[in-house]
Design a protein around this ligand. Sequence first.
Ligand SMILES: NC(=O)c1ccc[n+]([C@@H]2O[C@H](COP(=O)([O-])OP(=O)(O)OC[C@H]3O[C@@H](n4cnc5c(N)ncnc54)[C@H](O)[C@@H]3O)[C@@H](O)[C@H]2O)c1
Length: 243
Amino acid sequence: MEKENHNNQPAKLGRRDVLKGLATLPVLGILGYGVWKKEKYTNLKNKELSLELDLGYEPPVLHPIPPPRDSRTIRLGIIGYGGRGEHLVRAAGFAHPSVIDEWKKGAKENKNDKRYEDYLAQEDLNVVLAGVCDVFTVRSKRAMEASANLHREGTEGKMEKPAKVYKNYKELLADPEIDAVIIATPDHWHAQMAMDAARAGKHVYVEKGMTRTVDEAFALRKTVEETGIVFQLGHQGRQTESY
Ligand SMILES: NC(=O)c1ccc[n+]([C@@H]2O[C@H](COP(=O)([O-])OP(=O)(O)OC[C@H]3O[C@@H](n4cnc5c(N)ncnc54)[C@H](O)[C@@H]3O)[C@@H](O)[C@H]2O)c1
């Protein structure tokens, strides 16, 4: 074996050089494994992220609105199905099937876990979740799945026809087959969406904060009075006994 000396002449490699070279092999091995592991992790992360960001996701098929059960059934539309929207829709009787699974599991493991039992005993509000609009299609798909869960059996259970999905809230408001809306989008949308809904003749439940400015609050009050819709502001903090 040869190496170059300071005169740029090939020189013989000694036993010490060979041993030194061999000693670097495990280090290279560890480095290589590290790079492979990092790449695997990055790929996994990218996959997760693309699922989370909904890249490559196919928009859900539009279904006809489920018919009302009787003339008093309220056909509800949800605008904004994030954390709060999901909670409200669940309170209206439409839990996502995966939530039912979780409750059932909880009840199996702990007899004091009454979430599923309480949910089944919940009063029938005579509403159908007829329309869904969330700009994030992962969320609108989840809402759609909740709307189909009429039998409340979980992911293995029987599903009914899901709600209609709208690309934007104005399309949902324009649909004569929606009677009332829950607005649970971020704050800056509340006043505009609530006024648009009232003008479209829909009853409104809107989350707090109701408006961003006092002027908006007066404008919204005027619109509600003029249109004669039923309006409610969701402000649970103010409705608790402790408050
Ligand atoms: N009453 C309460 O006790 C209570 C508790 C928590 C939150 N809130 C209120 O509820 C609202 C929502 O909060 P969150 O925590 O669910 O937020 P979130 O970000 O989890 O959900 C908001 C949803 O609205 C969707 N969205 C945004 N712009 C939209 C648009 N133009 N059209 C349709 N969908 C749109 C988003 O994609 C998201 O899914 C906030 O205004 C918050 O103040 C009230």
